[in-house]
Design a protein around this ligand. Structure first.
Ligand SMILES: Cc1cc2nc3c(=O)[nH]c(=O)nc-3n(C[C@H](O)[C@H](O)[C@H](O)COP(=O)(O)OP(=O)(O)OC[C@H]3O[C@@H](n4cnc5c(N)ncnc54)[C@H](O)[C@@H]3O)c2cc1C
Length: 307
C-alpha cells in the first residue's frame, strides 16, 4: 500500500513526487511514456526559474525525476488500464499489475489536438510552437505566422510583436471569436478566412502553406509558426464516471488541487490552468503534494515541511 500514487511524471507529477517523498510519504509514480509529455518534447526551455543556458525539457525533467528518486519515490513505466478511486483505497490497474494507494494525484497533462496540420508535429520545437511567452525570444528579428481565431491567439500575437519583424496572423474565420475590438498590432498582417494547410520544412520551419480567402494556395515565407487552434484534451479518459470532469474533460479542483472525491487530487494541465507553463505545473504539483500530506495525516492545517 502506497501513501500516494502519482500518475504522470511531467513537471506536475515529478514536482509532486519530490514533495511527497521528501515528506516521508511512500510514493509511487506511474508514467506511461516519459519521453512524450509536453515538457519532455520541448526542444529548449529558457524560462524555468533557476535554469540558465540551453536545456531541453527532457533534461530538466530528468533532473526533477532524479531529485524525487533521491528522496525515495519509486517510478515505474507502464500503461494504466483502469482505476477505482471512489473508495478509501485507490486502486490503479496497469499492464504490469495492480497498485494500491491511500491517495492519488492525477498529473497526466493534456494532449495536443487530434488533428494536427501536416508537418506540425514533426517540426514542434523546431520552429513550431504553442507558446509565445516560452519561445517568442527565439524569433527575434524573424517572420512568423500565428494561426488561430481566439482571444488567446490575439494575445499571443501581441506578445510576439515585441520580438518579430513581421507576423502573418492566419485567421480561419471571418473574425476573431469573442473579440469586440481588434487592436492595431505593429508589423502584423491579418489574413481572415485563410486556412493553414501545411507547415513546410525539413529540420526547421521554412514556410506555411495556406489557402487564401480567394481560394488560392500560397506559401508564406516564415521562420516560425505559432499554433493556437482549439482542441487540446486533458488525459483524464480513465477517470470517466468516477471523478467530476468539466465538459471538456478537465478535472474540477479546489485551490488545494483536491477533487470532490476524497483522496483524489490533480495537478498541471489536467486542470483548466490559467497559464500553460512548466513552472505553473510544478507549483500545482507542490500544492497537491502538501494537500495529500494533510489528507493522509488528517491534519487540519498545512504544517511547515521543515522545522
Ligand atoms: C512544444 C512545447 C513547448 C513548450 N515550451 C515551454 C517553455 O519553454 N516553458 C514552459 O514553462 N513551458 C513550456 N511548455 C508548456 C509545458 O511543457 C507544460 O505546461 C507542462 O509540461 C505541463 O506539465 P504537466 O506535468 O501537466 O504535463 P506533461 O508535461 O504533459 O506531463 C504529463 C505526463 O503524464 C504522462 N501520462 C499521460 N497519460 C498517462 C497515463 N494514462 N498513464 C500514465 N502516464 C500518463 C505522460 O507520459 C507525461 O510524462 C511547452 C509545451 C509545448 C508542447
Amino acid at each position: 500500500m502506497y501513501d500516494v500514487i502519482i500518475v504522470g511524471a511531467g513537471p506536475a507529477g515529478a514536482s509532486a513526487a519530490i514533495y511527497t517523498a521528501r515528506g516521508n510519504l511512500k510514493t509511487l509514480v506511474i508514467d506511461k511514456a516519459p519521453n512524450t509529455g509536453a515538457l519532455a518534447i520541448t526542444h529548449k526551455i529558457a524560462n524555468y526559474p533557476g535554469i540558465t543556458g540551453e536545456l531541453s525539457g527532457k533534461e530538466l525533467l530528468d533532473t526533477m525525476r532524479e531529485q524525487a528518486k533521491g528522496f525515495g519515490a519509486e517510478f515505474i513505466q507502464t500503461t494504466i488500464t483502469d482505476v477505482d478511486v471512489e473508495g478509501e483505497t485507490k486502486y490503479v490497474f496497469t499492464a504490469d499489475g495492480m497498485f494500491e494507494g491511500k491517495a492519488i494525484i492525477i498529473a497526466t497533462g493534456s494532449k495536443g489536438r487530434n488533428r494536427m496540420l501536416p508537418g506540425e508535429e514533426d517540426l514542434l520545437g523546431r520552429g513550431v510552437s504553442t507558446c509565445a511567452t516560452c519561445d517568442g525570444a527565439f524569433f527575434t528579428g524573424k517572420t512568423v505566422a500565428v494561426i488561430g481565431d481566439t482571444e488567446e491567439a490575439l494575445e499571443e500575437a501581441h506578445a510576439l510583436t515585441k520580438f518579430t519583424d513581421k507576423i502573418y496572423f492566419v485567421v480561419p474565420r471571418s473574425e476573431l471569436q469573442g473579440v469586440h475590438h481588434v487592436p492595431e498590432l505593429p508589423n502584423t498582417e491579418l489574413l481572415y478566412k485563410t486556412k493553414a494547410l501545411e507547415v513546410l520544412g525539413d529540420k526547421k520551419v521554412q514556410g506555411l502553406k495556406v489557402r487564401t480567402a480567394a481560394g488560392a494556395e500560397e506559401v508564406l515565407d516564415v521562420d516560425g509558426v505559432f499554433v493556437f487552434l482549439s482542441g487540446s484534451k486533458p488525459g483524464t479518459d480513465f477517470l470517466q464516471g468516477q471523478v467530476p470532469l468539466d465538459e471538456e474533460g478537465f478535472m474540477v479542483l479546489d485551490n488545494s488541487m483536491q477533487s470532490p472525491v476524497a483522496g483524489v487530487f490533480g495537478a498541471g494541465e489536467v486542470r483548466r490552468t490559467p497559464v500553460k507553463q512548466a513552472v505553473v505545473a510544478a507549483a500545482d504539483g507542490a500544492i497537491a503534494a502538501m494537500a495529500v500530506d494533510k489528507f493522509i495525516n488528517k491534519r487540519t492545517q498545512l504544517i511547515p515541511q521543515y522545522k
